[in-house]
Design a protein around this ligand. Structure first.
Ligand code: SF4
Length: 163
């Protein structure tokens, strides 16, 4: 499905790839002199919606790090929960880079409740300190899924083969 580009006296057509599904259709987006958008190359209506949003009101997931009060873990990663209008990304990054947060923080905890009245939240994307960090003086940590009984099971298996 597509609408025919009509760019007579309008803007030159723009090329973009639809990312609304894995097919990744190559879209051509034109704008007529009256401002009407036209889209070709899309295989379904989602491509038109994607092209319109990308042309008229592009949005992006914003990822960043914020400083912490910890020397061991000086930065905590964060991201918006949904795409933010691209024009607001620079302001948000400036706000995030000026902050310092106190550890611990938990993945999924909200750092910013409402970015500029959009309803978009900023969330921590990692537990800090991470759960696997050993406390001072503790022994080496066995990676998840392994236990100290694993070598014993291996020994039992070998002894069975000998019989
Ligand atoms: S236009 Fe439709 S089929 Fe093509 S990539 Fe976008 S969502 Fe997928």
């Amino acid at each position: 499905m597509s609408t025919t580009p009509d760019t007579a006296n309008g803007s030159p057509p723009a090329e973009m790839v639809c990312i609304a599904c894995p097919l990744g259709c190559r879209l051509t987006v034109g704008r007529s002199a009256s401002g009407e958008l036209s889209v070709t190359g899309n295989r379904c209506p989602k491509g038109v919606a994607y092209a319109e949003e990308e042309t008229l009101s592009p949005k992006r997931i914003v990822t960043a790090v914020v400083r912490t009060d910890s020397e061991a873990f000086p930065y905590a990663p964060v991201r918006t929960d949904v795409p933010l209008p691209r024009a607001m990304a620079a302001g948000l990054l400036q706000q995030l880079y000026s902050r310092t947060v106190a550890l611990p923080v938990r993945m999924g905890t909200v750092l910013v409740e409402d970015v500029g009245g959009t309803g978009v939240k900023v969330l921590f994307t990692r537990n800090l300190p991470p759960a696997e960090v050993p406390s001072p003086g503790a022994g080496a940590i066995v990676s998840s899924g392994q236990t100290s009984s694993a070598p014993r099971r291996l020994e039992r298996g070998r002894s069975k083969q000998r019989h």
